[in-house]
Design a protein around this ligand. Structure first.
Ligand SMILES: Cc1ncc(C[n+]2csc(CCOP(=O)(O)OP(=O)(O)O)c2C)c(N)n1
Ligand code: SF4
Ligand SMILES: [Mg+2]
Length: 364
């Protein structure tokens, strides 16, 4: 759907935090034209604008790769840090621990997360750090000229690389095994779905892993590759339709992400039947409607089954695969004081003289 052009001289439309869409943009992209990563950056801008995110409350992280360059192309008002290759999760863990009021937005690649960074990736999951973790997955190391990554299909033949001999790593499967609390597989060519799931992910308290198939138009866009636009378009099998739903639009018939805005009165509009509602921590809700089955995204077994079935049939199963909305995040279980650690002064940290005396008396 194309955006309506603003009228000359008309004030820019603003969201409920008083920002226009331009306030969410970044620098012009330097990636190849048609790269899936650019589509994802555009949806990040749209999702943050529509979800009324305050950019200063987001911190951007990335590793190394074409994908990891992306944070420069959105949210110019947010702080960001480009880590070493594969080291984004540990850097993010430290920073988010330093200020627990901030939400992380991490962009990584399949090379960055599934090859060199796999160990780091898994520990970020089990710690449930408060971050949206996007893997822009194209099956190759785009930045270093298209070598096979750990997610490349077995048997894939690329002109300069020959044949890939190894079985692929499935990022969603790894996330599920590592106890991630929000897992979605998406396709960069399905902009609306990417945007709606991103909005839900931004509301999730804990780690939200988005494995977004993002074709590399330069090094991996063969017709038969899992990571090509043509494969994605032909074989995509959405778990649920996704649309943004306003109460004024009448009875709800599709999957919706509903932001916590007072004017939306969901209850009156919901139809019953094959609808699954998942409440997120900030009061927002995602509602899912299974297309051909009653898909329950809170059921780990069902998520595993959906992934196995898709792999066996060469489907690209997309949508929200799994969510555990009640799981405490790293900062919830860490018994932190209300003031962020990075705002505590020496005075706050120094024990009172009587406390020091008690400790000394115990020791000596
Ligand atoms: C420690 C280290 N090893 C290797 C590299 C070289 N290198 C840079 S980017 C990259 C792979 C990037 O692939 P991916 O994360 O999939 O991103 P893409 O470019 O495909 O988006 C590699 C191997 C590096 N920069 N640092
Ligand atoms: S080389 Fe591939 S991944 Fe890198 S910018 Fe170009 S299309 Fe995108
Ligand atoms: Mg890659």
């Amino acid at each position: 759907m194309s955006e309506a052009l603003p009228m000359a001289g008309a004030p820019a439309q603003v969201n409920s935090v008083g920002l226009s869409k331009n306030d969410y943009r970044g620098n012009p992209t330097t990636l190849c034209q048609g790269c899936g990563h650019n589509s994802i950056s555009n949806q990040i801008i749209a999702a943050c604008y529509e979800a009324n995110v305050v950019p200063e409350k987001i911190i951007k992280f990335s590793g190394i790769g074409c994908s990891s360059k992306s944070p420069t192309y959105f949210l110019n008002r947010s702080f960001g840090f480009n880590s070493l290759h594969g080291r984004m999760p540990s850097l993010a863990t430290g920073a988010l621990f330093g200020d627990h009021r901030i939400k992380g937005l991490g962009i990584s690649g399949d090379g960055d997360s599934a090859s060199i960074g796999m160990g780091q990736f898994k520990h970020a999951m089990r710690r449930n750090i408060n971050m949206v973790y996007i893997i822009e997955n194209n099956g190759v190391y785009g930045l270093t000229k298209g070598q096979f990554s750990a997610t490349a299909d077995k048997g894939l033949e690329l002109k300069k690389q020959g044949t890939n001999l190894y079985l692929p790593v499935d990022i969603c499967m790894e996330a599920l095994a590592s106890r991630a609390t929000f897992i979605a597989r998406l396709f960069a060519g399905n902009a609306k779905q990417v945007k709606e799931v991103l909005k839900a992910a931004l509301s999730h308290n804990g780690i939200a892993v988005l494995d977004i198939i993002s074709p590399c138009v330069t090094f991996n866009n063969l017709e038969n590759s899992y990571y090509s636009y043509s494969f994605g378009k032909d074989k995509e099998d959405p778990l649920h339709d996704i649309s943004f739903h306003q109460a004024s639009e009448g009875p709800q018939s599709t999957v919706s992400y509903v932001p916590p805005k007072p004017e939306i009165k969901l209850e009156a509009d919901m139809i019953h039947g094959e609808i699954r509602e998942v409440a997120l921590h900030d009061g927002s809700t995602i509602i899912l409607k299974a297309l051909d089955k009653d898909y329950d995204p809170t059921n780990r077994f069902e998520a595993m089954r959906a992934l196995e079935e898709a792999a066996a049939n060469d489907w690209l199963v997309t949508g929200l695969l799994y969510v555990a909305p009640e799981s405490p995040s790293l900062t919830d279980v860490s018994n932190l004081v209300e003031t962020p650690l990075n705002r505590l002064t020496k005075k706050d940290l120094r024990p009172a003289p009587e406390t020091i005396k008690t400790i000394n008396d115990l020791m000596f």
